[in-house]
Design a protein around this ligand. Structure first.
Ligand code: AMP
Length: 468
């Protein structure tokens, strides 16, 4: 039997194919039947143009239903889907195209799909086995060259089924989808849950308070990055009533601040469900649907995921094994070898610990580790203390070159206050070597499209702070 991910998804589409899949902002809808036909025409056109199973197909474009038709059509044709962030520049795109050597590059899905509909036949799915490559996802690569994570049909299918079950999706759900679709979160996590339920999605090209607020009137599940939730909370129209139709708010891709979790609960009476994942393994842990959702914890490993802490200490780098873990980096055997332990665990690079009952807490990225005067400082530990101090909305702690200490701890803080007073407050709660030596106040922190604070930019901006 074919293990093509497309066939698994399409096997769950509603029997009545006139049911809506995409609910669009202009009030119109695109049905499951149209999605299915679009994907079949895309596959037909790709095959007609000589794209063979295993060939890469790159797509760089804004979000649209046709983007998804191309994605599904590529799977159907047995080819490998390569989504590229629409913000990438020409030079960046050149690198990906040179590395992945796609057979086709699509930049205007609506026009491309329209031509496929007009001229290409409806194609059948190509048979695939679970280990065959389905998608190449380039990591955001803040250090060194971006690497293409190779995800198979089996990796994606397994994760989709596990999440669909864990989060209790049913055909009666309506998913609010405001995430970008060039990233695992919007493309796999959110989309697959909806397609496996055969349920509609409120389909927003991007996050806007007004459109999300309107969408929440009919949605039952929302998936977002933490910034979506902070932006909703900043809008007084986001009330308990505005959230009342939604059974589940899910957050991931970056840490959700405990203060956001608490404010959200106070405002809506609902607890955001936080989960943790990455391009190389899709979702790894989740808080429970039924049971305690705890602020600051990313919950428990999904069924089938074996998670351990490397290095033999209580806190260390999380290592995982499981059905959704990728097979390696595209054409980078050395990087692949470095990423796995001798006994086959993937080294995530995220630092954390496990409770006695198996709950996982993440305390930062290994590469964010600051070594000051020979001591290890985990930025997250310092940020948690700072975030509780009066006047601090959010903090990002970085290491900056320092003549005496090698690196000096610097906190970049959204908020206002007196630098010296905050530092001495932090020192009361933290060992002196962990407390920031300098605090800089800013209006906002630089973030990427997935809401992650770009510490590399902060390190550049404040890199000479101790030289003065
Ligand atoms: P990406 O491959 O772009 O999805 O980035 C994956 C990284 O995002 C992970 O390795 C984590 O560092 C971070 N991340 C994702 N979800 C969470 C979360 N819930 N809490 C903390 N960090 C997260």
């Amino acid at each position: 039997m074919s293990e093509n991910l497309y066939d698994l998804l399409a096997g769950r589409f509603p029997a009545d194919r006139t049911r809506p899949c995409f609910l669009l902002s202009d009030g119109s809808a695109i049905s499951y039947g149209e999605l299915e036909a679009g994907a079949a025409h895309v596959a037909g056109r790709l095959m007609a143009e000589g794209v063979a199973p295993g060939d890469r197909v790159a797509l760089q474009a804004g979000k649209s239903p046709e983007f998804i038709m191309v994605y599904l059509g590529v799977l159907k044709a047995g080819a490998v889907f390569l989504p590229l962030n629409s913000a990438y520049t020409r030079a960046e795109v050149d690198y990906f195209l040179g590395d992945a050597e796609p057979k086709a590059v699509i930049t205007d899905p609506p026009a491309w799909v329209a031509a496929a509909r007009a001229h290409a036949p409806l194609a059948q799915s190509i048979e695939r086995s679970a280990g065959d490559l389905a998608s190449l996802i380039y990591t955001s690569g803040t250090t060194g060259r971006s690497k293409g994570a190779m995800l198979s049909h089996g990796n994606l299918a397994d994760n989709a089924l596990a999440l669909h079950r864990a989060w209790g999706f049913t055909p009666g759900d309506v998913l609010l989808h405001a995430l970008p679709v060039f990233h695992v979160h919007g493309l796999f996590v959110a989309l697959h849950c909806a397609l496996l339920s055969g349920c509609p999605m409120v389909w927003l090209a991007k996050f806007s308070d007004a459109e999300v607020l309107a969408g929440l009137e009919r949605a039952t599940v929302m998936m977002g990055v933490p910034t979506f939730y902070t932006r909703l909370l900043a809008n007084p129209a986001f009330t308990r009533e505005a959230a009342a139709n939604v059974r589940l708010f899910i957050s991931g891709s970056a840490p959700l601040l405990p203060s956001t979790f608490a404010e959200f609960e106070a405002r809506t009476g609902q607890r955001i469900l936080e989960r943790y994942g990455m391009s190389e393994a899709a979702i790894i842990t989740t808080n429970p649907l039924d049971g305690a959702r705890v602020a600051g914890s990313v919950g428990y490993p999904l069924p089938g995921v074996d998670l351990r802490i490397g290095g033999g200490e209580e806190t260390g780098v999380l290592e995982i094994k499981g059905p959704s873990v990728f097979s390696g980096y595209w054409r980078m055997p050395d990087k692949t070898a470095e990423a796995f332990t001798a006994d086959g665990y993937f080294v995530t690079g995220d630092v954390g610990r496990c409770d006695p009952d198996g709950r996982v807490w993440i305390s930062g990225r290994a590469k964010d580790l600051i070594i000051s005067g020979g001591y290890n400082v985990y930025p997250k530990e310092v940020e948690l203390v700072l975030d509780e101090l009066p006047g601090v909305v959010e903090s990002a702690v970085i290491g900056v070159p320092h003549r005496d200490f090698g690196e000096g701890v610097v906190a970049v803080v959204i908020g206002e206050g007196d630098e010296a007073a905050l530092i001495s407050e932090a020192r009361r709660q933290l060992a002196a070597y962990k407390a920031p030596k300098r605090i800089v106040f800013v209006d906002d922190l630089p973030r990427n499209a997935m809401g992650k604070v770009q510490k590399n930019l902060l390190r550049q901006q404040f890199g000479r702070l101790f030289e003065a």
